[in-house]
Design a protein around this ligand. Sequence first.
Ligand SMILES: NC(=O)c1ccc[n+]([C@@H]2O[C@H](COP(=O)([O-])OP(=O)(O)OC[C@H]3O[C@@H](n4cnc5c(N)ncnc54)[C@H](O)[C@@H]3O)[C@@H](O)[C@H]2O)c1
Length: 367
Amino acid sequence: MEKVKIGLIGCGTISDIYLQNLTHTFVNTEVYACADLNQDKAKEAAEKYGIKHTWTADEIIASEEIQIVVNLTTPKDHFQICRQALEGGKHVYVEKPLSLSPEQGSELVKLAEEKGLLLGGAPDTFLGAGLQTCRKLIDDGFIGEPLSATAFMVNHGHESWHPAPEFYYKKGGGPMYDMGPYYLTALVSLLGPAELVSGMTRTSFKQRTITSEPLFGQIIDVEVPTHIAGTIQFRSGAIASMITSFDVWSSTLPHIEIYGTLGTLLVPDPNTFGGPIRLRPAQGSEFMEIPAVHQYAENSRGIGISDMADCLIHGGTPRANGQITNHVLEIMHAFHSSADSRRYVELTSTCEQPQPLPYGLVNGHLR
Ligand SMILES: NC(=O)c1ccc[n+]([C@@H]2O[C@H](COP(=O)([O-])OP(=O)(O)OC[C@H]3O[C@@H](n4cnc5c(N)ncnc54)[C@H](O)[C@@H]3O)[C@@H](O)[C@H]2O)c1
């Protein structure tokens, strides 16, 4: 099996599951080198996962061997590292959000196109068994025409568990830029691209106190809205109501629900790969639990990179591609700019609904 060589930049909290899957689950990827500003972290990751080289980010980008640069740094560094990697002739996959602004996101999409390189980004949870089964149910007409949807991501932020949570309250953070990508990528993959957004925002707590180690007791000044409510109109005509919040201690709101002409679909947590999936047809008296029929119900972070590797070997367009991540970035930005301007925002970007994954895949394979 041909393997695509990966250079991974940013060996922090989320890197472990990527490294696990890119070295042990997916058969078409080889992590050839890793880098972190903190060299100890890179060395630890290299030892744990048998990675040949610990280099600097510059060395990874300059290497003739590396084909895909995987950028798992924090949001403020996404744009600059992605641009440098594309300019250096590398295909790029980046954690969410693609960049801090739609202008930066569009610049990366354009640069990748000009250079004939692949650009993609997180999340790839929409390729998991749960959301792929939902896609199949919608495509096969089980709820008729989707008319509307709700999407809710509410919690009290990450300062109680993340070892370095400051970035969640700085530009590029906040609940929309942090968690919106899961919900919006799921909605776009199920309903197609959006065209119009309205939003309202507030910053309910101006400071946050870190209660996790090692920074216990440190205060974070909050620079971004932490409660965002709004509406999205999709090109299909469907309308979604959405709340993302770091200001809510507890709630009973569902993750995503889709309401169609013939029934209602309860979509699983889009920050996971599995179920549960529930369906209630118009004439039904209760919700039925639907088994997740596709592969990849476990934490398969990195499947988007394996899909990109598959496209390099066999041709095609990666499903978690630059167009969709950039479209999602523009939607997230639009919630905020609509609130600032007190007007609807018409989106300028669009994307294709990504191709579904086939049935019956063997674990670790995408064809
Ligand atoms: N932590 C999670 O549960 C989680 C889940 C999903 C996605 N993400 C996303 O993953 C990204 C990283 O999050 P994290 O939680 O792993 O953050 P983190 O702070 O734990 O790790 C980031 C790492 O990147 C390194 N880094 C930063 N700039 C660098 C540079 N220029 N060159 C080399 N290394 C650099 C840092 O030293 C650090 O080790 C973020 O975009 C976040 O939104 C995180």
